[in-house]
Design a binder for this molecule. Structure first.
Ligand code: ATP
Ligand code: MG
Length: 251
């Protein structure tokens, strides 16, 4: 399982005149969890969004360099919808749609034209199981998603992403709005998901990065200072700035 899934080459990103990412090179392997850490404003979310072209939605963004996913240069491909199906995203604040639990998960497949009730039922069940939520909600699939706890809502958002059968899942601080028990459940879930998906996660929680990731990239001022196996980053970082950050001297 040492296959390269994503390859970023000399990536630069500008918001208008202001450069936010500088010369980023990164190879992300299939079935690994890659954590992005670093102080506020260092470009973690910006970088994450480049991986499914979410920055396209922001006016005045310019990108140079290349991002290959399975050897396709994603910025040269016109089919952004297909890209965002393949590369799903989970946000910081759980954002379920104002509809039932079932409809939240079925929403994407329905939009893509799936009408067969049995097939939808199957996707909903499988996705909720994969998101470790099925047992908690199987008897109230028709209830509004808004009635769930924050942690359940975040797992529902993960189920909604899984329902689209992505290959890569991007997560931007997915547990920062959650209590410790919900956070632990999401961390366990991430570890189980990596069997089937490639996961890139932004986190401010260093223990979390250490617990769940295989590789860690330390960002500072729009640059990747150090990118390595997680145990090396946390036990034997090669760059003084990484060491200062992980030991809490700044950020
Ligand atoms: N839509 C935008 N327009 C202009 N500048 C932006 C935009 N989004 C982010 N920036 C700037 O780009 C830089 C990187 O921001 P980004 O949100 O990627 O950082 P981050 O590492 O995710 O920070 P945080 O940990 O606070 O979420 C910051 O200087 C930020 O102000
Ligand atoms: Mg951010």
């Amino acid at each position: 399982m040492e296959n390269k899934k994503i390859s970023v080459k000399n990536l630069n990103l500008f918001y208008g005149e202001k450069q936010a990412l500088f010369n980023i090179d990164m190879d992300i392997k299939e079935n690994e969890v890659t954590a992005l850490i670093g102080p506020s404003g260092c470009g973690k979310s910006t970088f994450l969004r480049t991986l499914n072209r979410m920055n396209d939605l922001i006016d005045g963004v310019k990108i140079t360099g290349e991002i290959f996913i399975d050897d396709n240069d994603i910025n040269k491909d016109d089919d952004v919808i297909k890209l965002r199906t393949k590369v799903g995203m989970v946000f910081q604040k759980p954002n379920p749609f104002p509809m039932s639990i079932y409809d939240n998960v079925a929403y994407g497949p329905k939009i893509h034209g799936l009408k067969d009730r049995k097939k939808l039922d199957k996707i909903v069940e499988e996705s909720l199981k994969a998101a470790a939520l099925w047992d908690e909600v199987k008897d109230r699939l028709k209830s509004p998603a808004a009635g769930m706890s924050g942690g359940q809502q975040q797992r529902l958002c993960i189920a909604r992403t899984i329902a689209m059968k992505p290959e890569v899942i991007l997560m931007d601080e997915p547990t920062s709005a959650l209590d410790p028990i919900s956070t632990m459940k999401i961390e366990e879930l991430i570890l189980s998901l990596k069997e089937n998906y490639t996961i890139v996660i932004v986190t401010h929680n260093m223990q979390q990065a250490a617990r769940i990731s295989d590789k860690t990239a330390f960002f500072l001022n729009g640059k990747v200072v150090e990118f390595d196996k997680t145990d090396i980053i946390f036990s034997n970082p090669q760059d003084m700035r990484t060491e200062d950050y992980i030991t809490g001297r700044f950020g």
